[in-house]
Design a protein around this ligand. Structure first.
Ligand code: NAX
Ligand code: ADP
Ligand code: K
Length: 479
């Protein structure tokens, strides 16, 4: 048995526009007025701005809805704090609550047009979760010009122009330095392309009930300490299926990553033709000869074998995949598996007999599942339901979904991870967590976070070979 199952923790809810409106309606039903919620939001945003930036001449752009209403509250709060503030409105307030907020602002209100002068700090309170269509071209041009003229750009709730639920950019948003949102994060804060415009994200509490959502953002995982009397097999035994003699590196990267992620024992199952190449480069990883599908199945069926990673540079070995899946132990399916089962998700689903995590990138995802409709979250959820296993779709906004409806976004990463072999390392990390006894969804979530953290530590110049060596520091800082 593996050591006591580590717990991952810190998933934070992400809510859609409709879920946010339901939370707001529930608070109002409890007796809080909509204006009180707006006042809390505006004051929290003003505090966040004051904490972020030194006092500066500020221009607050107010839209016609309640996002604009927040803007008037912010303008007043900043002015009361002594900041030089101007307000420019796109149109008169269209809701009673926003009108009430606008009435609280007794300073001048400019008409937002092409003559509006820029300011050092620009607050975008044009549209939030109520945006339904692209900004008109004239408004977009004005926003871009004011954005260019500002040193600091702040979005209220969301940068105007982004679609709350799927992270699309309906029109070009400002590249914001700071975004203050309320109650809970929205998908657009983490999904690209919108996420690239958010800057630092602050979620201000405004007294709503805690949000419960199937969709979360992954927080720092927590792991139970190793039992003092543990031994190498209890920490998890990972098998990695190696590729042909000319392509041995990918499996070795996965094997090293599994070791560094905490597996007590890692075996690389190598074809005999690749044994010499692997032996020349491996030390602590145990090398075993495995030429046939039967060899793979036999090794995985051993009672101490905890999980298997198959796919990185595997080559045309569909029968090895089939044999491994028949054993029913936890598996990570990556890379070549998606080519071997191209357009055959149904066939692969039938073969998966135990816990499984699939880790495709965009191209591999489409190869296996075809061109699914909807947002990235919807596509990954649909794929997980279809395949009956956890699917982790890689990218700057890695999305993970389980067949039971749980879904998560990993925002803790670095573009330094966009380097060949980095995905092989991720597969090995997840293999180690599966072998340690984690539920596949939690293993995938924690794996993505640990991989992302290693990427952040590596920074510029990072190559995949560096990632396993960064993991001890990542793990040391979890406590
Ligand atoms: N839901 C909540 O719990 C809270 C919401 N608050 C704020 O209220 C916002 C939502 O307010 P609203 O529902 O009024 O929505 P918005 O203020 O985001 O915008 C809606 C208004 O803009 C119009 N509109 C949409 N797209 C447009 C476009 N491209 N061009 C021109 N007009 C367009 C709509 O017809 C509507 O009049 C949130 O984003 C947040 O900032 C806060 O006051 C605090 C509490
Ligand atoms: N811009 C980015 N920001 C953060 N992470 C990224 C970015 N681009 C790629 N990654 C991560 O790097 C890894 C690349 O994996 P993959 O494409 O499978 O590479 P390979 O097949 O070469 O191993 C994935 O974990 C992915 O999420
Ligand atoms: K906004």
């Amino acid at each position: 048995m593996p050591d006591s199952s580590p717990l991952t923790g810190g998933h934070r809810p992400i809510v859609t526009a409709a879920e946010m409106r339901a939370l707001e309606a529930a608070a109002i039903a409890q007796g809080v007025s909509e204006f009180e919620l707006m006042a809390r939001a505006g004051h929290a945003a003003a505090r966040a701005i004051i904490a972020y930036a030194a006092p500066a001449d500020t221009l607050v752009l107010c839209g016609p809805g309640n996002n604009g209403g927040d803007g008037y509250v912010i303008a007043l709060a900043l002015a009361e704090a002594g900041w030089p503030v101007r307000v420019a409105a796109l149109a008169p307030s269209g809701t009673d609550t926003a009108r009430q907020a606008a009435e609280g602002w007794t300073g001048p209100v400019e008409t937002l047009d092409k003559a509006t002068a820029p300011a050092s700090l620009l607050v975008d309170a044009l549209f939030g979760i109520g945006l339904t269509r692209p900004l008109d071209g004239r408004l977009s041009a004005i926003l871009a010009r004011l954005g260019e003229g500002a040193g600091t750009r702040v979005a209220i709730d969301l940068p105007s122009g982004v679609a709350t639920d799927d992270g699309a950019c309906l029109s070009p948003p400002l590249a914001c330095d700071l975004c203050i949102s309320f109650g809970a994060a929205k998908p657009a804060h983490y999904l690209h392309p919108a996420a690239a415009h958010v800057g630092r994200l602050v979620i201000a509490p405004i007294g709503l009930a805690p949000a419960h959502s199937d969709l979360t953002v992954i927080g720092k995982p927590r792991f139970a300490a190793l039992d003092a009397d543990t031994h190498k097999y209890r920490r998890g035994h990972v098998l990695v299926v190696g590729g042909p003699a000319h392509a041995t590196g990918a499996a070795r990267l996965a094997a090293l990553a599994a070791q560094r992620a905490g597996a007590g024992y890692v075996t690389l199952l190598s074809p005999s033709a690749a044994l010499a190449a692997n032996a020349a480069q491996l030390t602590g990883v145990v090398l075993a000869e495995a030429d046939t599908p039967r060899d793979i199945a036999k090794a995985l069926a051993e009672p101490r074998a905890g999980a298997l990673v198959i796919g990185p540079a595997l080559g045309p070995e569909r029968h090895k995949v089939i044999a491994a899946l028949e054993v029913g132990k936890p598996v990570v399916l990556d890379a070549d598996v998606f080519t071997l089962f191209a357009n055959d998700a149904a066939g692969l689903a039938k073969l998966i007999a135990g816990p499984a995590v699939l880790t495709p990138h965009d191209g591999e995802f489409v190869r296996l599942f075809g061109d699914l409709p909807g947002s990235k979250v919807e596509r990954v959820c649909a794929a997980a339901a279809r395949i009956g296993a956890v699917v982790l779709l890689k990218g700057p906004d890695t999305v993970i979904a389980a067949p039971d409806g749980r879904a998560a976004i990993n925002a803790h990463a670095s573009s330094a991870l966009a380097t060949a072999g980095s995905g092989d390392v991720l597969a090995g990390i997840i293999g180690a967590l599966l072998a340690r006894g984690l539920d596949p969804f939690e293993a995938a979530c924690a794996g993505a976070w640990l991989h992302g953290d290693a990427g952040q530590r590596g920074g510029a110049g990072l190559i995949a070979e560096d990632l396993p060596g960064l993991l001890p520091a990542v793990l040391a800082d979890l406590a």
